[in-house]
Ligand binder design. Sequence first.
Ligand SMILES: Cc1cc2nc3c(=O)[nH]c(=O)nc-3n(C[C@H](O)[C@H](O)[C@H](O)COP(=O)(O)O)c2cc1C
Length: 396
Amino acid sequence: MAEASSQGPTLFSPFKMGKFNLSHRVVLAPMTRCRALNGLPQPALAEYYTQRSTNGGFLITEGTLVSDTGAGFPHVPGIYNDEQVEAWKKVVDAVHAKGAIIFCQLWHVGRASHEVYQPGGGSPISSTDVPISRRWRILLPDASHATYPKPRRLETPEILQVVEHYRQAALNAIRAGFDGIEIHGAHGYLIDQFLKDGINDRTDEYGGSLANRCKFLLQVVQAVVGAVGADRVGVRISPAIDHLDAVDSAPLTLGLGVIERLNKLQQDWGSKLTYLHVTQPRYAAYGQTESGKPGSDEEEAVFMRTLRNAYRGTFVASGGYTRELGIHAVASRDADLVSYGRLFISNPDLVLRLKLNAPLTRYNRKTFYTQDPVVGYTDYPFLSNANGKEEPLSRL
Ligand SMILES: Cc1cc2nc3c(=O)[nH]c(=O)nc-3n(C[C@H](O)[C@H](O)[C@H](O)COP(=O)(O)O)c2cc1C
């Protein structure tokens, strides 16, 4: 694969993302890390995010709860009360001091929850009352795993209350100093539970047709944009990822349907969202393949390219990108930006390492979701103190 053409963009060339001047195209993907004890960002989060900050770099936070019914992992941060806003300010200030730009990912897990995470031990909410299948297990606060319980199907009038939680959370995020927010519409969580026809079995105006299944996402987008402006809002979708049973019978049609509607909104507003972030089918996590029907590399590249060409705005690609694939995606204009997840966990100076083609440290899955504020979180080595212990990229 070509490193980069002398004229075209490279993974390391600047990019204007709406009003933000990025110095390179390597983005920190949103990643839940379970270190925000009792929902409050701790000093360790400031350390973790500043370690991964570069001057002009772009970071997206871990999924951050829009309400107290939104959790499905232990110790995830929230952005729905003043204490959380105050705690986030310290993280955001530390990241800004390094010259980086940071968006807060707004998250509600919907049915991917458990009574232990719900206020009053109630049932998790969703588009449906069908639970996630026994193929999947939820991580509980005591580190054990359980099957997912039966959710409570939201009544039609309740849905606008959830939309309002997203709007308020976006305002809170801006109050905390974030440069913008990302709406998490991916990976089988609440918004995806409305989008996918393999989950959404509603008979009201939020179910059935593609237009109806898109309605909740679009209401969230419009509410959030109305509150903080389109130029501070990104949207994430994963039409081809079947994580947590989020299967759709026509992923490409779904992706294009969402994009067509976002394009139309952008036209009506006369301004663009900051970006669209799409997880690509080849992404596999938790040791399992997440694409329901894994296609060939070429089929998957065509899938992403089709969405990229349809969307009128900045396109961020995520999922399984190595150095070589990221360089190729930007050089071939398949993506404007590439978000890196697992490699960024274990390589706080990933941007420098990719630039230098330096060896990469291998990540340890066992500490992805543990609570230690240092181990597996802020103790991965920088090039300057790595002592040559890294494993080559080909081994990851
Ligand atoms: C530990 C872990 C936590 C994650 N948490 C989130 C999350 O909170 N929100 C989200 O949109 N994606 C989440 N993801 C998915 C990543 O953003 C990313 O799309 C995925 O890891 C694929 O990219 P990679 O191959 O570079 O790791 C998570 C992934 C991992 C490994």
